[in-house]
Design a protein around this ligand. Structure first.
Ligand SMILES: [Zn+2]
Length: 279
């Protein structure tokens, strides 16, 4: 699933490719993908110009003239690409926005889990998922105080806390494993028992890691591509994710894989020790 760095990369690519373009026609080949329904979606956006694109967590927010916006979540396999009208469609292209300049924005999704929600501009945060989304992981929006207060109330594993979009926006399986390794915290550590010093370190590692990953245009695992069809390169800088059995870069201990919160979780059993309550 694309996480914050991948969605940010898609956003930046799309900004360069489609902002300022006017929609001539919209073809929806999988009606369930657009909300509230196909006819309203097409009627509201045809003839509109894309004014800008924002990102919040893993969501893309497209803004059009006439106070129309579209909230888009790529879920597992969603991809946007821009082509000339002459290029034949792929069989997994489910929504196509044809522009007046002869190019098209195509949304491709082999799993069909992605959704696009039409919503008046200014009401984006009433859309499910965005309504309860946690702070954006930047130094300005994710404070130490917020983490201390929120983590105190969370008794499940730190991995499940980090995965929860209502706690912090944007992190998924890959970056959770990476930041926990960087901060030397066991993925099963109960969130409310993470010491203050580790919380401060974890927060900083989240910022550092996401910045690096955005610079590398995201991680390409499975099929993620940016809006121009290029793969990201951050997979070459991963420390634990999908490195089961390989030596930890810090201590040489083989990386282990366990299931936490139903997700494959990678960690170093030597660097990331579980802290017991009585220690
Ligand atoms: Zn290690």
């Amino acid at each position: 699933m694309p996480e914050l760095p991948e969605v940010e990369t898609v956003k930046r690519g799309l900004e360069a490719l489609v902002v300022g373009k006017k929609i001539k026609k919209i073809d929806v080949y999988y009606p369930k993908m657009v909300l509230p329904n196909e006819s309203e979606f097409i009627k509201a956006l045809t003839g509109k110009t894309i004014l800008g694109i924002d990102r919040r967590g893993k969501y893309l927010l497209f803004h059009f003239n006439d106070q129309q916006s579209m909230v888009s979540h790529l879920r597992m396999e969603g991809k946007y690409s821009v082509h000339s009208h002459e290029v034949p469609l792929n069989k997994h292209d489910h929504v196509v926005f044809e522009f007046t300049d002869g190019t098209e924005l195509r949304y491709n999704d082999t799993r069909k889990f992605g959704r696009m929600v039409l919503i008046p501009t200014g009401e984006e945060y009433t859309v499910a998922g965005l309504k309860t989304i946690g702070p954006e992981p930047t130094p300005e929006t994710l404070s130490v105080d917020y983490l201390v207060e929120t983590m105190k109330k969370h008794h499940k594993s730190i991995k499940s806390f980090l995965l929860d979009q209502n706690m912090i926006a944007g992190l998924g399986n890959i970056y959770c494993d990476e930041v926990l390794w960087l901060a030397k915290i066991h993925p099963l550590q109960p969130t409310n028992t993470v010491p203050l010093g580790k919380i401060v370190t974890l927060r900083q590692k989240i910022f550092d890691e996401l910045t690096l990953a955005i610079k590398a245009k995201g991680t390409t695992v499975f099929s993620y591509l940016d809006a121009s069809g290029h793969a990201g390169s951050f997979q070459n800088q991963l420390h634990v994710y999908q490195r089961t059995g390989k030596p930890c870069e810090r201590c040489g201990t083989p990386i282990e894989r366990i299931k936490v919160a139903q997700r494959e979780t990678h960690f170093c059993p030597f660097c990331q020790k579980l802290i017991k309550d009585d220690e």
